[in-house]
Write a protein that binds this ligand. Sequence first.
Ligand code: AMP
Ligand code: FE
Ligand code: ZN
Length: 274
Amino acid sequence: MLLDLHSHSTFSDGTYTPEELILKAKEKKLELYSITDHDNINAQKEAIFYAEKHKVNYITGLEISCKFKNMFDILGYRIDLDNNALNKTLEKVQTFRKNRNKLMIERLNSLGFNITLEEVAEEAKGDVIGRPHFARVLLKKGYVKDRDEAFDKYLGDGKIGHIPKEKIDPKEAVKLIKDAGGFPVIAHPKSLKLSYTELKKVILELKKHGLWGIEVYYLNHTVSEIKMFREIAVETGLYITAGSDFHGSNKPDIDLGIKVEDELLEKSINILLT
Ligand code: AMP
Ligand code: FE
Ligand code: ZN
């Protein structure tokens, strides 16, 4: 089947609007689609509207950045968009981000770069400003020759121009999604950089709080990683999902949609749809 349960719109760090994404999902004939912006659900009502209009099989989504030694993102599907606790926490997370962005501008200025928050906001178009937008301004102003150089030298984790955001605990993210009626899923498990045993332990702990699935199929997982994550899913009783992490021209190598033939995925999709 061809589907995509992981993509970003202009409301986070993608370059396509929700309507453009829905049209692309339609053009690609995706069997199931979700927009999963970072730490916000601002695209969702628009996405639902256009999905109905263009007859795309759509479920709501988001991707919450969590506190961990490596990158740890939790996806949530079919959340109640009006859930109070979820909306309150997302507001808090956006405040963390806004404060962090101001500090990053100050840091970059002190390093001698002539860059303002307004210029970065201009690149963001939507409402959530992130490091990819900082990278675009550095590139436009000729401070770096490409996006990779911007991250490798200044904006990547631990680099001189990067200030980390305060994040929420993975347990809290899982619980928040679950309590909003949603399905919590570990995004791109590769990024946790854990061994088989360590990952299994993390999953079993989060399962107590309502973890439902794991994103086994992800564009930059290798065949052997897919095999390992699938095995862990089977062993821990998790459902599996698939996503591309499409960001439009902010990640130009990734196209929308991921093709997977797997009975376990079909079973998971059926649960997600009931
Ligand atoms: P932010 O949420 O503002 O901290 O930005 C996170 C986003 O920046 C990620 O989703 C990636 O798109 C991008 N990013 C972070 N680190 C790198 C890197 N080393 N190389 C390329 N892109 C990166
Ligand atoms: Fe992610
Ligand atoms: Zn993502």
